[in-house]
Ligand binder design. Structure first.
Ligand SMILES: [Zn+2]
Length: 364
């Protein structure tokens, strides 16, 4: 028997509610009208318009299309089978919506639940499976990769530095602000995330679960209700990609999320205790993105020498994780593994503190 953790719905958040009432208008409204029920859900199809999200290798499939299809399928089932629930979509067509606006839509409509739907991607084509994120500050590196990718969408917005108060998705220091904002709806969000992952494992066309994870995701940052971000599989993985390319499979995924929603609503409405299998809480197989250096990417060259350096030699200044390549008779040493030049450039100043001549290189 796996050990179980119990989460009492709607118990959390009371302390933060008292401290920051302006940030939690929907919770206050609920408290005032007595009977608490899940009435409004916002379904957020990630990306859209000039932001395609992840793209398959052949460029034939884009994340934005899959997200929208899943969002519409999920919404249609809720509308049909749970007519007392109001379904609001952040987009119903292929259009760009700013990250902050997605949460604002939920807040303005006093939604009781926010579901953001995404497709994953990783440099390692071996990475596969589903995972559901809640807002939090887990320190794991692979979560950071998802964060950078999902949050860097704001760089496509016109006035992002004003909207997000100087937040830079590629700068780890920017994420410190999230530490101050542990989400008031953390427990409900975890409970809902667990229900989704349980459905995926039991019924899903993609049964491999990477678990429930915490990450500082901008789209979940300011929502004032339980909120999750579902990554339904990896576009970068051949099996997941084939599965996601099939409409019947996408219907199954939408059905899984629907069943999780339906159970969550029942428990939420009756103020029940949701039991969560503790094994769902810790990711079983974190992807070591740094270990998988394959495909075109960017690195930061720190040194070039005519003789090969020994591990721990003074020239390496304590750096132990590096790549060394022999090119035209010179040993070239580089660090990092960045998906974009921008991401590498963001790290460059830090590296230059030790290696003043460091520069970004493209690696095929
Ligand atoms: Zn995405």
């Amino acid at each position: 028997m796996p050990s179980r953790v119990k989460y009492l719905l709607r118990r959390s958040g009371i302390l933060l509610l008292a401290l920051l009432p302006a940030l939690f208008p929907s919770s206050l409204a609920q408290a005032q009208d007595g009977g608490i029920r899940l009435r409004t859900v916002v379904i957020d199809a990630g990306h859209g318009g000039h932001d395609p999200g992840a793209i398959s290798k052949s460029s034939k499939m884009s994340e934005k299309q899959i997200n929208l299809d899943l969002a519409l399928k999920l919404g249609a089932r809720i509308e049909k089978e749970l007519p007392d629930v109001k379904v609001i979509y952040t987009r119903k067509t292929d259009r760009f919506v700013e990250l902050a606006e997605r949460g604002n839509i939920a807040n303005r409509n006093h939604a009781d639940l926010f579901i953001s739907i995404h497709v994953n991607s990783a440099r390692s084509t071996a990475a596969s499976g589903t995972e559901t994120f809640v807002m939090g500050t887990d320190k794991s590196q692979s979560n950071m990769e998802v964060c950078k990718r999902e949050n860097s969408v704001i760089l496509l917005e016109d006035d992002y530095s004003t909207t997000y108060e100087g937040f830079d998705p590629n700068n780890p220091e920017s994420y410190i602000i999230f530490n101050l904002m542990q989400n008031a709806h953390f427990e409900q969000s975890i409970a809902f995330a667990a229900l989704i992952q349980q459905q995926f494992v039991k019924n899903g066309p993609i049964r491999k679960s990477r678990g429930i994870r915490q990450a500082p995701l901008m789209v979940l940052w300011r929502t004032t209700m339980p909120s999750v971000l579902v990554e339904v599989g990896f576009l970068s993985n051949a099996n997941d990609r084939t599965t996601l390319n099939n409409a019947a499979n996408r219907q199954k995924i939408a059905d899984d999320i629907f069943r999780a929603f339906s159970t969550f609503k029942q428990q939420y409405d009756s103020d029940a205790v949701i039991e969560i299998d503790e094994s769902m809480l810790s990711p079983t197989e974190p992807v070591d993105e740094q270990a998988a250096i394959a495909g075109p990417h960017y690195e930061i060259q720190i040194l070039a020498t005519s003789k090969k350096l020994k591990n721990g030699s003074a020239e390496l200044k304590g750096v132990t994780q590096y790549q060394c390549r022999l090119i035209n008779g010179m040993y070239k040493y580089s660090v990092g593994n960045f998906p974009t030049r921008e991401a590498a450039l963001a790290r460059l100043p830090e590296i230059r503190k030790k290696f003043s001549g460091a520069f970004v290189i493209a690696v095929e």
